[in-house]
Design a protein. Structure first.
Length: 93
């Protein structure tokens, strides 16, 4: 029984690590943002989309600081995961 439980946990952890990856914050859904960024749940992801809708596309990753609930530490730990378009990593600026 322990073996099955350990196998289940290992599979889940592997899937969770595989499921998240770089995300384009200018086109992604709230679910995609929440799934990809560390420390960003569904409510913060919704605020990112609301900010994007009201202010236009993000041109630099540090603009996320203007979204309520997103601090510089959240930005820094996700910098490698944030895309501003489909081919450019935000950290390449």
């Amino acid at each position: 029984m322990r073996f099955i439980f350990a196998l289940f946990i290992a599979t889940f952890v592997s899937f969770a690590a595989w499921a998240s990856g770089p995300v384009n914050i200018n086109t992604a859904t709230a679910e995609e943002i929440a799934d990809s960024l560390k420390g960003v749940g569904e409510s913060k992801a919704q605020l990112i989309i609301q900010y994007r809708d009201e202010n236009g596309a993000f041109t630099h990753v540090d603009e996320l600081i203007n979204v309520k609930g997103i601090g510089i530490s959240t930005i820094d730990k996700n910098r490698e995961l944030i895309l501003l378009n489909d081919t450019e990593m935000a950290s390449e600026d």
